[in-house]
Design a protein around this ligand. Structure first.
Ligand SMILES: Nc1nc2c(ncn2[C@@H]2O[C@H](COP(=O)(O)OP(=O)(O)OP(=O)(O)O)[C@@H](O)[C@H]2O)c(=O)[nH]1
Ligand SMILES: [Mg+2]
Length: 388
């Protein structure tokens, strides 16, 4: 089902495309039928010459373009790790424009439904109608909720097919009439987290604030169960949450477990200007990512923070002192930073964005920017960053 195509069938009464692209006035953005919408497929769409060059340039320049047909707009930022890419090009004019505040995860309904009656069963044998109706449902829902339909379309995936009696069905071929209408239920994605840890005073809050200044989202704090958790939403489905691991008590560990199921990455902030606490940080990190931990095997970004303070340890030394190579992690990058000014903070995010979402081509075919020293110490910037 994932690979159905959903180009507009000839003579279809559904009102697609909704109109010309608002930015470049390209009215027939698609040269070939739009493939079934998944993030990966939609990403392919933008970069696989399926849209006109004018519109592709437009999408790349404006990051988001309204309407489902123009959906590829902003895909560089929305694939897997939404909007992180927006951090990477602060000088772009569109990043100066305040981003719309997303309405919040809870505002999204649990699923989007597309129903076919018995009389419409023939439509299901063609591959396009489901996609069209899904797009249409997202458009309607988007209008009702004030959410960009393209954002909605990304928020739901992998539909289940249910018969009129609520039974899960795999196919409709032999389904008796009394089991109709059938409904495709596209469930809401789970919210996913980048968990930010560090000893007290290492700079977590300052770092989140630096990210928040760039993303335009407020920092939200929740207190309870023996700890204070600060969250910064990148969008409705992706958050940074910060945890002080000095006082991570039993109760807060339980709370943390709830987040661990949906973890995207672990970020660890170390005060590089205070070598006397590095051993404590190493122990805390080892405990966090220990064998029995749900976070074992995670992608790890370490900030060697407070690099502006004289005598602060360089990234390579922090990596060594934390004994990162002995940890069970998928991959790791150490970035020195000054959270107060934001120096180095976004280089770390750039690495994270690539590590989680994979590198992808930019509009002119070049790769996304590589973080300083992303190739490791041999890149000549070992003082500032190092990958393990
Ligand atoms: N010089 C310097 N000071 C920093 C930097 N980052 C944070 N600080 C300062 O360090 C102190 C602690 O920073 P916070 O961001 O509150 O640290 P935290 O990790 O959130 O601390 P807790 O919430 O207590 O766990 C503050 O006075 C910050 O201004 C940095 O990069 N350089
Ligand atoms: Mg704090």
């Amino acid at each position: 089902m994932k690979h159905r195509s959903w180009g507009r069938p000839p003579g279809s009464s559904t009102h697609f495309p909704p109109g010309p692209c608002l930015a470049c006035q390209e009215s027939r953005a698609l040269k070939t039928p739009l493939p079934w919408f998944t993030r990966r497929r939609a990403l392919d769409l933008l970069w696989a010459d399926r849209v006109s060059p004018a519109h592709r340039a437009c999408c790349a320049a404006s990051w988001r373009v309204s309407g489902l047909w123009e959906l590829p707009g902003g895909l560089r930022t929305t694939h897997l790790y939404p909007r992180v890419g927006a951090f990477l090009h602060p000088s772009k004019e569109e990043d100066q424009v305040p981003q719309p505040r997303y309405p919040g995860f809870d505002k999204y309904p649990d699923c989007v439904r597309v129903t076919f009656s018995f009389d419409e069963r023939e439509l299901l044998t063609g591959s396009q109608e489901l996609g069209l109706r899904y797009a249409s449902a997202c458009q309607e829902l988007g209008e009702a909720l004030g959410i960009d339909p393209a954002v909605l379309a990304e928020a739901y995936a992998d539909p289940r097919l249910r018969s009129a009696t609520g039974r899960d069905v795999a196919a409709v071929g032999a389904l008796p009439e009394d089991e109709w209408p059938v409904t495709f239920e596209f469930p809401k994605q789970r919210r996913r987290y980048n968990l930010l840890f560090g000893l007290g005073g290492s700079g977590k809050t300052t770092l989140l604030r630096a990210l928040g200044r760039r993303s335009g989202q407020p920092l939200e704090a929740t207190a309870g169960q023996g700890c204070r958790v600060e969250s910064l939403a990148l969008d409705d489905f992706t958050c940074f949450t910060s945890w002080d691991i000095t006082g991570l008590k039993e109760a807060s560990r339980k709370l943390l477990e709830g987040y661990c199921r949906d973890v995207l990455s672990v970020c660890f902030v170390v005060d590089a200007s205070d070598p006397s606490r590095i051993d404590e940080a190493r122990q805390a990190l080892a405990d966090l990512l220990g064998e029995s931990s749900a976070l074992s095997g995670a992608t790890l970004l370490v900030y060697a923070n407070k690099r502006d303070v004289e005598g602060a340890l360089p990234a390579t030394e922090v990596a060594e002192r934390l004994m990162l190579s002995s940890l069970r992690i998928a991959r790791c990058f150490v970035q020195s930073s000054c959270a107060v000014t934001g120096d180095g903070v976004f280089q770390g995010i750039a690495w994270l964005s690539q590590a989680i979402g994979g590198a992808r081509p930019s509009a002119d075919g070049a790769e996304e920017p590589t973080p300083t020293g992303g190739a490791g110490p041999s890149a000549g910037d070992a003082e500032e960053s190092t990958s393990i």
